[in-house]
Design a protein around this ligand. Structure first.
Ligand code: PMP
Length: 396
């Protein structure tokens, strides 16, 4: 093992006993390269971050320009910083009426934390309802509303007053009551392996929240900003949430998260107590400049429509293969179900040999993911599919 890999294992806090250990030297478009020049198809986009492709010139230019003007200045919300303001205004312009105030943070977990706090503050209630097999982050608050109990047990006690219900079961919606401050939902259950809501489910959920006064939080951290084939998943669901959490692709490859709510509700975080939610680095000007450039690129290049078409092409090219049991798809976020964890892990190893980076899902290790940058071309889709099929058939 070379020195860099030895130091990686010795000095970098690890998340699993079996990291991928591929060294990255450069990334461009849908590919990344090792120092030896080995090319990999990035079929996960850093877990749905690099929507506009690696090394996107518009993002790089924005980062350079902003870094030269100024970087961190002051804790969030005091000074007027053009990149933050312009980005918040652009996001608000894409949202329906009533979702016009954007609170920037550094990550998805922090966006979830902020959203949960806001819901408690606005309703004066404490119960939080979440869904089985939902992932919302690794901080203690976001972990508390995670739907996988085995990930939580080692870290208890977590937040009290959390109620878990099953996704897609209409009959469980009655468990949302007048005690409930909020319901947090990932509109596509990304980490459960892309589980799509049943027809009418989100409308019923919205109605139940309206009837009980609970706030509806959409965690769109993985699915928004074009990935789902629209700007936001709630557009496809046909409902308007009270709070939307964003992160991942929001920073165009830089760390940025946000929760979005109405001006009136968001205002509650700045009184009783004053400074009810504060952050030093949230909305870093370089990250906001990068995210702004990425979102404009997304709009100007029609990436929402391209994502839908690309996802449909993957689905049609892979459907019917005898080893594939099912394909679950939300825009250009696909779970390819093999029906066996052993087969899935063997396949991922073959992918690695064949120059493809894919991954399994936190709550579903029988499927692998396909979520490349939204800029992927038809030729690249066809090439990656032929590598996938060779690997499925043991020819890699
Ligand atoms: N919510 C969802 C749906 C996610 O997929 C993730 C990250 N995988 C998070 C929240 C947490 O985001 P972060 O890792 O940036 O804290």
């Amino acid at each position: 093992m070379d020195i860099l890999r030895k130091q990686f294992l010795a000095h970098l806090g690890q998340t699993s006993p079996s990291p991928l250990m591929i060294e990255v030297a450069k990334a461009e478009g849908v590919y990344f390269y090792t120092p030896e020049g080995r090319r990999y198809f990035d079929l996960i986009s850093g877990i749905t971050v690099n929507n506009v492709g690696h090394h996107n010139p518009a993002v790089i230019e924005a980062v350079k320009r902003q870094a030269e003007d100024y970087m961190h200045m002051m804790v969030y919300g005091e000074l007027v910083q053009r990149p933050q303001v312009e980005y918040a205004a652009l996001i608000a312009s894409l949202m329906p009426e009533g979702l016009d105030s954007v609170y920037f943070l550094n990550s998805g977990s922090e966006a979830v934390e902020g959203a949960l706090k806001l819901a408690k503050r606005c309703t004066g209630r404490s119960e939080m309802v979440c869904f089985g097999n939902a992932y919302h982050g690794s901080t203690q608050g976001s972990l508390s509303v995670m739907g996988g109990e085995e990930y939580k047990n080692a870290f208890r006690p977590l937040l009290p007053d959390v109620r878990r219900i099953d996704f897609n079961k209409f009959e469980e919606l009655d468990r949302i009551t007048e005690r409930t401050a909020c319901v947090i939902v990932d509109p596509v259950q990304s980490e459960a392996g892309v589980r799509i809501a049943r027809k009418g489910y989100f409308k019923a959920l919205r109605e139940r929240c309206d009837r009980t006064g609970a706030m509806l939080i959409f965690d769109e951290i993985q699915s928004a900003l074009g990935r789902c084939g629209a700007m936001f998943s709630f557009e496809k669901a046909g409902v308007v949430p009270d709070i939307v959490c964003l992160a991942k692709a929001l920073g165009g490859g830089m760390p940025l998260g946000a929760f979005v709510a109405s001006k009136e509700n968001m205002g509650k975080l700045s009184v009783d107590p004053v400074l009810g939610h504060i952050t030093t680095f949230g909305g870093h000007p370089v990250c906001c400049a990068a995210g702004f450039a990425a979102l404009r690129f997304t709009i100007e290049n029609g990436l929402c429509e391209r994502a839908e078409k690309a996802g449909a092409l993957y689905e049609s090219l892979l459907a019917g293969h005898p080893d594939i049991k099912e394909i679950r798809r939300h825009g250009l976020l696909l779970a390819v179900e093999l029906g066996s964890a052993e087969r899935m892990y063997t396949l991922l190893e073959r992918f690695k040999q064949a120059g493809i980076l894919s991954d399994w899902f936190l709550f579903c290790d029988t499927a692998f993911r396909i979520s490349p940058p939204l800029t992927i071309t038809e030729d690249q889709i066809r090439e990656s599919v032929s590598i996938i099929i060779s690997a499925l058939e043991g020819r890699s």
